[in-house]
Design a protein around this ligand. Structure first.
Ligand code: SF4
Ligand code: SF4
Ligand code: SF4
Length: 259
């Protein structure tokens, strides 16, 4: 009798801090439950044993920042049935995309004693700017329950159940009183993707959008509201330039108020 096909999972790293891969390693108990149903074939952070592709599912962490990255991501796409990007670096260019707003050559000359060894692109970009991506999982780092849901959904050919509403909806669901309305705290929750169960507002801190833009965020409306509350334009630029500075709705908003 032919052996049943065991889907092969690969995990790839580009410019990143490894935090999202660590979220996967942190799933060890849950992964045991699906061990046998998948083969972790290529995951250098976890094991030096590499099984050759093609792969059924590739998880990609990190942003594209070098000419070498640009070549490598196309090879990964070719050898993967599905590609899922994980985390703010992979879905928006990450904190390293702050370079996109400056002249990167100026940084290189300031930081490196021998700058002629540096080969880098002027921008840090999301994986989806280079190849077709099947799903983008937001967060810095990602939420491990959402990651497990995604892996399970793709391996069973079903639609993933990942909400695309805002952190505000999570605030309401857990019964947290809105700190922006009641205390005047600046909060990016209305434009931020759910996934953390509104962690920061529950500790009386404004959301700084580590989960990046929700689906169809109204960033201009949030800016207008914050200006009415006395927030300065320079502060608006700063709050949209966090981990997801290069995500289009946030990039546009920060550039508008930088003029
Ligand atoms: S998204 Fe955040 S946690 Fe994930 S790799 Fe990038 S910097 Fe690290
Ligand atoms: S505290 Fe922030 S996330 Fe929560 S409801 Fe208010 S604006 Fe939305
Ligand atoms: S910054 Fe926003 S998205 Fe990140 S954990 Fe806090 S509330 Fe959640």
């Amino acid at each position: 009798m032919p052996k049943p096909h065991v889907p092969k999972l690969a995990v790839w790293k580009f410019a990143s801090c490894d935090g999202c891969q660590l979220s996967l390693l942190d799933c060890e108990d849950e992964l045991l439950a699906i061990a046998g149903q998948i083969e972790i074939a290529n995951f250098p952070e976890a094991s030096s044993a590499i099984v050759k592709g093609p792969y059924d599912l590739s998880l990609v962490e990190g942003s594209i920042t070098t000419p070498h990255d640009e070549e490598r991501i196309h090879k990964i796409r070719k050898m993967s049935k599905y590609v899922i990007t994980i985390g703010a670096c992979a879905t928006a260019g990450g904190i390293q995309a702050l370079r996109n707003f400056k002249d990167v050559n100026e940084f290189i000359s300031l930081v490196y004693a021998r700058p002629h060894y540096i080969s880098t692109l002027s921008k840090s970009t999301a994986i989806a700017d280079h190849i077709e991506v099947d799903f983008e999982l937001r967060g810095c780092p990602i939420n491990k329950s959402q990651l497990l849901e995604l892996i399970s959904a793709f391996l069973h050919n079903r639609k993933p159940n990942i909400p695309n509403y805002s952190v505000c909806a999570e605030c309401k669901r857990r019964g947290t009183i809105c700190i922006m309305v009641s205390k005047g705290v600046t909060c990016m929750g209305p434009v931020t993707h759910a996934g953390c169960n509104a962690l920061c507002p529950s500790y009386n801190r404004g959301c700084y959008s580590c989960f990046g833009p929700k689906e169809t965020p109204n960033a201009a409306s949030l800016s207008r509201w914050l200006l009415e509350q006395g927030v300065e334009k320079e502060e608006l630029v700063r709050i949209f330039r966090g981990f997801n500075a290069n995500a289009e709705p946030f990039r546009k908003e920060s550039e508008y108020y930088e003029k």
